[in-house]
Write a protein that binds this ligand. Structure first.
Ligand code: 5GP
Ligand code: ZN
Length: 111
């Protein structure tokens, strides 16, 4: 856990968030400033700064997150209409919160 990390605070319950899923690997909660009708953030419990910080030992959590993404999309009702999974990496890549996360974004139209 990193002391000044907003996502670590959310994970510890020290900052509020609207959760849609939690397990021993990750939490998923609604983005405070959604950029689409549905915009949730999938965040590993472990404080990993970015994709650049990933190590071999993170393979399990990363694969769990990727597999969970389709389940979350289905539970949010956007599985068939489609969605985006986005990971911003580094400042130049648009990363603002330096705790790795996947943006799951969709809900523009129901097909
Ligand atoms: P990044 O640009 O780092 O990929 O995305 C960070 C995201 O975290 C942004 O979309 C921003 O709206 C979201 N965010 C930042 N602070 C908070 C917060 O305190 N609560 C929630 N739910 N989302 C946050
Ligand atoms: Zn963190």
């Amino acid at each position: 856990m990193a002391i000044d990390c907003i996502f670590c605070k959310i994970i510890k319950g020290e900052s509020p968030a609207i959760f849609v899923y939690k397990d021993e690997y990750m939490v998923v909660f609604h983005n405070i400033k959604p950029s689409a009708p549905i915009h949730v953030l999938m965040v590993p419990i472990e404080h990993i700064e970015s994709v650049n910080s990933l190590e071999e030992r993170h393979s399990e959590v990363i694969s769990k997150m990727m597999l969970k993404a389709k389940e979350i999309a289905r539970s949010l009702g956007i599985s068939d209409s489609g969605y985006k999974l986005i990971i911003n990496v580094g400042r130049g890549g648009g990363q603002v919160v330096f705790h790795l996360h996947i943006h799951l974004i969709g809900g523009w139209e129901k097909l």
